[in-house]
Ligand binder design. Structure first.
Ligand code: HEC
Length: 163
């Protein structure tokens, strides 16, 4: 019986020891240019989806019209543009991040196909271990929705608001 328990303990310890050796030998990529670990994207994507899935059906309490448009553009410019870009110029800082901050003004990088509840969740809570901050303590509820709607309407932002 003792031998079985000892065997089990050794069997359980081996993966932990191997993982520890992997980390302390520098195998774990920590530089932003490092390659993702096997399954990293797969696991993180699923974890993120599990986190916001209850908010997918959430609807914005107002539409992005009138004063909300200018307010949203201003919020975006002051809080988000530094990483996500304010025009279709390439943002070099974003490229140095892991993962890189998506450039919402670049073709095919907008989030207009994502449910508004998902965008709102990400803006409010941020995405841990990426550069994406959570804005829950920075923007109020109305501002969170305004900037989320601004991104949802990414392809049809009036030229005036873009400036
Ligand atoms: C310091 C840099 C930084 C700032 C400032 C920032 N973000 Fe982000 N954001 C990121 C990064 C990096 C990601 C990519 C995260 C990922 O791929 O998991 C991201 C992802 C996102 C996503 C998800 C995109 C997708 O394809 O699903 C949304 C939506 C978003 N940001 C909105 C905003 C808004 C709105 C603001 C301002 C209120 C903002 N971000 C400010 C770095 C930033």
């Amino acid at each position: 019986m003792k031998k079985i328990i000892l065997g089990l303990l050794i069997g359980i310890s081996i993966p932990f020891a191997a993982g520890y050796l992997f980390v302390i030998s520098g195998g774990m990529p920590v530089a932003t240019k490092g390659e993702p670990l096997p399954l990293e994207h797969f696991i993180v994507k699923r974890a993120l989806h599990a986190a916001f899935k209850n908010d997918l059906g959430k609807q914005a309490p107002f539409e992005l019209t009138g004063d909300h448009v200018a307010a949203a553009a201003k919020i975006y410019k002051n809080n988000c543009g530094g990483c996500h870009g304010v025009s279709d110029h390439e943002n070099l800082m974003a490229k140095g991040m892991f993962p890189p901050a998506p450039q919402f003004f670049q073709p095919d990088k907008d989030v207009k196909d994502d449910p508004i509840g998902e965008i709102y969740w990400k803006v409010k809570n941020g995405i841990r271990l990426t550069g994406m901050p959570g804005y829950v303590d920075i923007l109020n509820e109305q501002e969170l929705w305004e900037v989320s709607l601004f991104l949802k309407n990414g392809a049809t932002i009036p030229e005036e608001a873009k400036k």
